[in-house]
Design a protein around this ligand. Structure first.
Ligand code: FES
Ligand code: FES
Length: 160
């Protein structure tokens, strides 16, 4: 199968990448760009661990062919921090112990960003609804919901 070549803006950087036409966005980001923050869980659109933001919309990268994202902007968890300084959502997950093994965490963080960009002051129920597509096998979710609430406070407090 001949490779195809597409152009993306990934975490603010223009990239031209060649890959087999059947490559998913998940595998293109991990294998061609070494963005290992995009996690593979179920590969069937059920766990949310592969979440990325594509042209401003939260998507499961395992369900999209990389070629479908040609010309689009992609944000992964690697694009959130400012050098060594964590994004306030990332910082909140650290401060509130919103993770154990971490397999679900990057997807949770991107779902949180998607929520807080639209609704900076969500209720607990709105947080639950926004994270309904993200499965965590470790935490029991309470610490994750507290992390999202702390993230909202961090962002209101003038952090990014
Ligand atoms: S790996 Fe994509 S939703 Fe589970
Ligand atoms: S922290 Fe382990 S799956 Fe969520």
């Amino acid at each position: 199968m001949d490779n195809i070549t597409c152009n993306f803006v990934v975490n603010g950087r223009a990239e031209q990448i060649s890959f087999p036409p059947n490559r998913t966005l998940l595998h293109m980001l991990r294998e061609e760009l070494s963005l290992s923050g995009v996690k593979e869980g179920c590969s069937h659109g059920e766990c949310g661990s592969c979440n990325v933001i594509l042209d401003g919309k939260l998507v499961n990268a395992c369900l999209i062919l990389a070629a479908e994202a040609d010309g689009m902007e992609i944000l992964t968890v690697e694009g959130l921090s400012d050098g060594e300084k964590l994004h306030p959502i990332q910082q909140a997950f650290v401060d509130e112990s919103g993770m154990q093994c971490g397999a679900c965490t990057t997807g949770m963080i991107l779902s949180t960003k998607n929520l807080l960009d639209a609704n900076p002051d969500p209720s607990r129920q709105q947080i639950k609804d926004a994270l309904a597509g993200n499965f965590c096998r470790c935490t029991g979710y309470a610490k994750i919901f507290e992390s999202v609430e702390a993230a909202a406070q961090n962002m209101k407090g003038g952090q990014r």
